[in-house]
Write a protein that binds this ligand. Structure first.
Ligand code: GLU
Length: 499
């Protein structure tokens, strides 16, 4: 038997229905987010529908709070599904734990058509069978002992309550399909034993539930990670046995760390929530994941989700493992941060600043945001750069203070104090900051003090540091009172030194 997976209606792409089917046993990992993105792009590009299905058959490990956090992260990324447990739809329920009757009907259909049978073998028997087969150098595979039981025997055992699983009778022959990414793939069914559809505890196996769901939800294309390729062979057999048309399959490569190993905790942040908390912008993360999956075919790197949707082409999805490159994500994130208006950035960084006890005045916030914008890679770094604008800054005797010992510095600081103390208002616009700095420089020049004696000493007097935001940002955003106090402190220091 050869099963060729085929679209239900190859011509009508608007019939496209794809699904993202996470197991809610943890938070949304970047690898899964990439699967969701592939499905989203495919659906949107073809004007189809994206279904979110929650695969929570593992009742012990599946948690509703994980489901909620996955949904929240998908929303954050902008990858909303058109149908799912949160939005409903015609083909629900969308949680596997609520679809038991549908699986039961599927199992009964397979039993009725002799594509499945009850198996009473105990765990002990299965284990010793496996050990025997391995010892004989054979591949472990169920030996179909229970397939040969007479129907009356099966009946009697079931009535007596002997625990039973239901196994699929794997048909002979090759299973072939044309993968959307990898091209033709063939499996021999010889290597596949009669697998379990329903467990003794009444639960249904993943491969079976997925087929009942994908068929019932009219899924036309299954796009998922390469780790599912061997499942596809089993799933195609089930479609044939259930007399349902199979969807087409596309198995995308997995994400690896820079060392070549599968991306994991040891490579740093791996969940979407962690990236969000560190202060990556959702647009940057989606842009990065899109480039990791597919290439626009030209030089563009900064792309909106809509642009990716438009250009997306599954056949250009990369076959080889995608290497997670944090530097590139950081670079993209910086681009997105710099593309924000100061007003937007000031709102976005607020929680990060507040977490470190930094709260800026109304008139100060946007200047602070503009001042730190060029340096930020992730929002989490905002407090580090913004601290100079707060009362938190303690200017301690540091090596930088040596800059104040240059000749002319006292004159420069006095000129700055004189000009800035009579500026009107507390905080200033960036342009006003620029104009004030120019006034200070002009006043210094009038007294014969230039360049070296002005810029660095002024920065050190205002921040205690020899690096940081441009001086005009400091003048605009520090606040007149802080500027005067810090200049006074620096002048007092000079006084002390000369005494
Ligand atoms: N629930 C499966 C997983 O999280 C996905 C199964 C599928 O896409 O067929 O890996």
């Amino acid at each position: 038997m050869t099963l060729l997976s085929r679209p239900k209606d190859p011509g009508a792409m608007s019939d496209v229905r794809v699904r993202f089917a996470p197991s809610p046993t943890g938070t949304l990992h970047v690898g899964s987010a990439r699967t969701a993105l592939y499905n989203y792009l495919f659906a949107r590009h073809h004007g189809g529908v994206l279904v979110l299905r929650i695969e929570d058959t593992d009742l012990k490990r599946s948690l509703r709070e994980h489901e909620q956090s996955i949904v929240r992260d998908l929303h954050w990324l902008g990858l909303q599904a058109d149908e799912g447990p949160d939005v409903g739809g015609r083909y629900g329920p969308y949680r596997q734990s609520e679809r038991g009757p549908l699986y039961e009907a599927g199992v009964q259909q397979l039993l009725a058509t002799h594509s499945a049978y009850h198996c009473f073998c105990t765990q002990e028997r299965l284990e010793s069978l496996k050990a025997e087969q391995l010892a004989a150098g054979r591949m472990p595979k169920y030996d179909r002992l229970c397939h040969h039981l007479a129907p009356e025997v099966v009946e009697a055992r079931l009535e007596a309550g002997v625990p039973a699983t239901i196994r699929f009778l794997v048909p002979e022959g090759d299973i072939s399909f044309v993968d959307l990414i990898h091209g033709p793939i063939t499996f021999s069914s010889d290597v596949i034993g009669d697998f379990i559809l329903k467990r003794t505890d009444g639960g249904f196996a993943y491969n079976f539930a997925v087929v009942v769901d994908d068929a019932g939800m009219k899924i036309t294309h299954v796009i998922r990670g390469e780790d599912h390729i061997t499942n596809t062979a089993r799933q195609l057999m089930l479609y044939a046995a259930l007399d349902e048309p199979a969807p087409r399959y596309g198995h995308h490569s997995l994400i690896h760390g820079p060392d070549g190993g599968k991306l994991s905790k040891r490579h740093g942040a791996t969940s979407i929530g962690e990236f969000r908390d560190l202060g990556y912008l959702s647009d940057a993360v989606v842009n990065y994941l899109a480039l990791l999956s597919w290439h626009p075919g030209d030089e563009r790197e900064k792309l909106t989700l809509d642009e990716v949707v438009e250009g997306f082409d599954m056949s250009r999805a990369s076959k080889s493992a995608a290497i997670f490159d944090l530097d590139k994500l950081n670079w993209l994130n910086g681009l997105y941060i710099r593309a924000l208006t100061a007003a937007d950035l000031s709102e976005i960084v607020r929680p990060y600043l507040r977490e470190q006890g930094l709260e800026f005045a109304e008139g100060q916030r946007q200047v602070v945001a503009a001042a730190i914008q060029a340096n930020l890679v992730v929002l989490e770094e905002a407090p580090r750069y913004a601290r100079v604008f707060s009362d938190d800054l303690v200017i301690t005797a540091s090596t930088h203070l040596a800059a104040l010992d240059e000749p002319g510095v006292r004159t420069a600081l006095e000129a700055a104090r004189e000009r800035l103390s009579r500026a009107e208002g507390e905080y200033f616009e960036v342009d006003e900051g620029r104009a004030l700095l120019k006034d200070v420089v002009d006043a210094c020049a009038g007294q014969g003090v230039k360049g070296k004696a002005i810029y660095k000493p002024l920065r050190v007097a205002l921040t205690g540091l020899d690096q940081g935001p441009e001086l005009f940002y400091l003048i605009a955003g520090l606040g007149r009172s802080r500027i005067v106090a810090r200049l006074d402190a620096a002048l007092a220091y000079l006084e002390e030194r000369s005494a």
